[in-house]
Design a protein around this ligand. Structure first.
Ligand code: GCW
Length: 642
């Protein structure tokens, strides 16, 4: 696997080490990894003849995953709260060396803000990946666990180097083959995967099927109130922990998108979650219980049901009823990973329940790793958006957010993510989960420098492109928080009415005069789910952030935005601009040809061409759609077809 993209952000450094390292201190996996890193990144094997001492030591006074780096002219000390902390310290120092930071003046303390930094893979046992855009599964082949061992180890290193400490390997949509992972048939192989990740401080999570007691245990029901079902889960947990003693826990998608669950049996979500939580508790395990619940059989004629309200309605009344080892996993927005959504009202509301904030790194609705899209920019906005009066979601501790989770964007493609620049999204996720206060700009710049080197002539233009990419994609997508104007099922490319008459609850209800759903207290009352401060903000057209205007309000096309432009003209303009921006990206990228390895340069160039075609398609379909509906031409006289 010699390809450039394969090394991702662990590329051989373009800068020289100014010293010969001599390693001393606590011998452990972190020590080995640090020595390996020095050699593979700088081509320098640390030896006794070194002229600069780097020591690795445990400092019990530090939190267990924390580390300090303290350097002076005589040497540098990496101290970790545990061997785990030391491992993060080793990676942290290697990254700083690659970025060319001087060691003699290093004086930092790093500790994670969020305890559980989790990747969810949506991999199926047959090797396919639900919403995967980078090849096949790294974990499964032909109906069972199957992997390339060196690759799996390299993946573990990549994830550990950015602080990820838990991963689920199988899809939350659990099919019969992967349901068996918790049986004697599946566990021996899964235990081997756990062994690969263990030294890297990464614990496995297993996605489980709610009906396991029936489909695997032979019971007549999966009803959590049935003692036989409780016993089934207790036995399953015992079995699983015999094979994987450090398993982080289970992950469950229940009562969602045709999957079974407690509600289908007349029980509540806490009853369903707690019965499994109690089975896992003796082993220190947790259950991640997803809140992505809504009516996926809605009749489009029904205007009383509003999908974004569903998760809050289901879970908020249960606040405080979940056991301590339940983490409710909440998608960041109330809709579904759209390019623009408000934050889920659940995030501000639940104060007595552990929550996990769920992001999607894999670009299902955001360009499928053909279009450039820096997810970190979106996450930063999410963290900066208020969910109560004073607090931002960046203040996670105050709102019981104990986990940050994201759906992975990786697969067997040589560069892991298909689009080489989509590696930035995985990188930024790990680091933002570690500390959500870090900015998208800093993380993007770090990623670019670690991948392509610190030369400003490369670093500046690529960083700028990435940082702009989310807004560019949004410009040619569904406008102003409307969402969903995508082709059905695969979700790439435009189809303004693709979901309009479907059962999924995703309607914009465009007529020739107006568009959008009124979600204020005069409409579906979705805004009532928010804390008063946030509710007031969204309730009024005047204070609602303009980029979310059509998420919350139904408006005429002639509605005037703050800059005096009509809604319709805004749509036309942004869609023209989006295409021009992609053309500009192509010019920038072309100009970097002699500064980037040829294979990497070409692969991104190809993706940018795909993006251009997509942006043009979006521009023409969306603009044409609105022109046909309204009959109002573009003020600037550009071609909108139709
Ligand atoms: O956005 C939807 C996706 C489904 C996914 C679901 C979920 C795993 O289209 O593919 O299923 O979300 O998050 O459960």
């Amino acid at each position: 696997m010699g390809s450039f993209g394969y090394r991702a952000w662990l590329q051989p450094a373009k800068t020289q080490l100014g010293f010969l390292p001599k390693l001393t201190g606590h011998r452990c996996f972190a020590f080995e990894e640090f020595a390996y890193g020095l050699e593979s990144l700088f081509g320098k094997k640390p030896g006794d003849d070194g002229d600069y001492a780097i020591s690795l030591e445990i400092d019990k006074g530090l939190p267990w995953e924390a580390y300090t780096l303290r350097g002076d002219l005589a040497g540098l000390r990496i101290a970790g709260g545990s061997e785990k902390g030391l491992l993060y310290g080793a990676y942290g120092l290697l990254a700083r060396l690659c970025l060319g930071e001087p060691v003699e003046t290093l004086n930092i303390l790093e500790k994670p803000t969020v305890a559980h930094r989790v990747l969810n893979h949506w991999d199926n046992a047959d090797g396919t990946i639900e919403r995967g855009y980078a090849g096949k599964s790294i974990f499964f082949q032909g109906g069972r666990i199957g992997y390339d061992l060196p690759r799996l180890k390299d993946y573990a290193r990549l994830l550990a180097s950015i602080g990820i400490n838990e991963i689920s390997v199988n899809n939350v949509n659990v099919y019969p083959d992967s349901a068996k992972l918790i049986t004697e048939e599946g566990l021996p192989d899964l235990a081997k995967v756990a062994e690969v990740f263990r030294p890297f401080g990464i614990r496995l999570i297993i996605s489980v099927h709610f009906d396991s007691p029936v489909i695997l245990g032979g019971l007549p029901t999966a009803d959590p109130a049935d003692p036989a079902v409780a016993k089934y889960w207790a036995d399953a947990a015992k079995r699983v922990y015999q094979y994987i003693p450090d398993l982080a826990g289970f992950l469950m998608k229940a009562d969602s998108e045709f999957r079974s669950g407690p509600a289908a049996l007349g029980r509540t979500q806490d009853e369903g979650a707690n019965i499994i939580a109690r089975a896992l508790a003796p082993f220190g395990g947790r259950i991640y219980w997803r809140c992505f619940i809504y009516n996926c059989k809605q009749d489009w004629r029904d205007t009383t049901t509003d999908r974004p309200k569903a998760a809050y309605n289901e879970f908020f009344p249960l606040d405080g009823k979940f056991d301590d080892n339940v983490i409710l996993q909440v998608k960041h927005g109330p809709s579904d990973f759209q390019v623009r959504e408000p934050n889920s009202p659940l995030l501000g509301a639940m104060t007595q329940t552990h929550q996990g904030l769920e992001f999607q790194i894999t670009q299902e609705y955001t360009g499928q790793q053909k279009d450039l899209y820096a997810t970190a920019v979106q996450w930063e906005e999410i963290f900066d958006t208020p969910v109560t009066d004073a607090c931002m979601t960046r203040d996670l501790a105050g709102r019981e957010v104990t986990a940050i989770v994201a759906v992975a964007n990786t697969g067997t493609d040589a560069n892991w993510t298909g689009h080489l620049l989509a590696q930035a999204n995985l990188y930024a996720f790990g680091r933002m989960a570690w500390n959500p206060a870090q900015t998208a700009e800093q993380l993007t710049r770090d990623w670019v420098a670690l991948t392509f080197g610190t030369d400003p002539a490369v670093k500046e233009p690529i960083s700028a492109m990435l940082l702009e990419s989310r807004w560019v994609y949004e410009k040619y997508n569904a406008p102003l928080g409307l969402g969903w104007m995508v082709n059905i099922n695969h979700h790439y490319g435009p189809s303004p009415e693709g979901y309009e008459y479907m059962k999924w609850g995703t309607y914009h209800r465009a007529t020739h005069t107006a568009i959008g759903v009124d979600r204020t207290t005069h409409g579906t009352e979705f805004t009532a789910q928010y804390h008063q401060y946030v509710r007031d903000l969204y309730e009024s057209k005047k204070t609602c952030p303009e980029k979310l205007l059509l998420f919350f309000h139904r408006l005429p096309y002639t509605y005037k935005l703050k800059n005096g432009q009509t809604l319709l003209q805004y749509i036309y303009d942004t869609h023209f601009e989006g295409v021009e921006d992609v053309q500009r990206f192509i010019t920038i990228w072309d100009s970097l040809q002699d500064k980037i390895p040829p294979e990497a340069h070409t692969s991104v160039q190809e993706r940018l061409q795909l993006q251009l075609a997509n942006a043009q398609e979006w521009r023409d379909v969306i603009n044409n759609y609105f022109y046909r509906l309204t009959g109002i031409p573009d003020e600037k006289g550009r071609k909108v077809y139709g």
